[in-house]
Design a protein around this ligand. Structure first.
Ligand code: MD3
Ligand code: FE
Length: 210
């Protein structure tokens, strides 16, 4: 069951919070910063170690970027498309991610990696765990923009029951501690038009990769 704590954040699970509409006052500078990152490090469909093309298009900013290819998943200091370092993490991204983490009690969050996911209509992210980081004591913070998505949140084993959570433009998830390694995924995005982002959803995750 979902319930709200004293600050009116929604507690989804142990150490996992949904900050509904947290970013709504900051949409314009955030989306400007996002478009600036994407101009320097273009969105691309990466290949999984199993040889599948991901339906989600991705890029990164910050010191480390998450990449996948036929050889596996890893964090890289350079963009394999341009061979450049990833674009600097925009100050406004970093500040709001740290503020969001702080608002639910994660006081020492210093992300060194920021993964940008672009979903078109029909894109999905299959059930997975995030375990390419070195230290799972740090939370993950995620920002959602554009079209809504149904997010599935499961347990620490793939076959455990899942709850579905609607993620909308301006929402933030902070995910750490006892839920850090839980399985999760994003269901296929339904057709729609967002007034600012058109037929797309963007999700931006902030992590301590090292
Ligand atoms: C729950 N992204 O990039 S963000 C991913 O909406 C990813 O694009 C999704 O899963 C998206 O790896 C979900 C929310 C999220 C991020 C990390 C988690 C939920 C999490 C780690 C553990 C459990
Ligand atoms: Fe994930």
């Amino acid at each position: 069951m979902l319930f709200s704590d004293e600050e009116n954040n929604i507690v989804i699970a142990e150490d996992a919070y949904l900050l509904k509409g947290f970013l709504l006052g900051q949409g314009e500078p955030l989306l400007l910063a996002l478009s600036n990152v994407i101009l320097q490090a273009p969105l691309r469909h990466m290949v999984t170690p199993g040889g599948y093309n991901m339906s989600v298009a991705m890029t990164n900013c910050g010191d480390w970027g998450w990449v996948t290819d036929e050889t596996g998943y890893r964090y890289s200091l350079r963009d394999p498309v341009t061979n450049n370092p990833w674009p600097v993490m925009p100050e406004i991204f970093k500040k709001l991610a740290i503020d969001a983490a702080k608002s639910v009690g994660f006081n020492h969050f210093e992300p060194d990696a920021c993964l940008i996911n672009q979903y078109s209509v029909g894109s999905k992210l299959s059930l997975h765990q995030d375990k390419d980081e070195v230290d799972f004591s740090h939370p993950i913070v995620s920002f959602s923009f554009g079209l809504p998505a149904m997010f599935d949140f499961g347990g620490i084993k793939r076959e455990m029951p899942k709850i579905a959570i609607l993620l909308e433009h301006g929402d933030v998830l902070v995910w750490g501690g006892r839920s850090r390694l839980n399985f999760h995924g994003v269901r296929s995005i339904k057709a729609g038009e967002h007034p600012l982002l058109g037929p797309f959803r963007f999700n931006i995750t902030f992590r301590c990769s090292h």
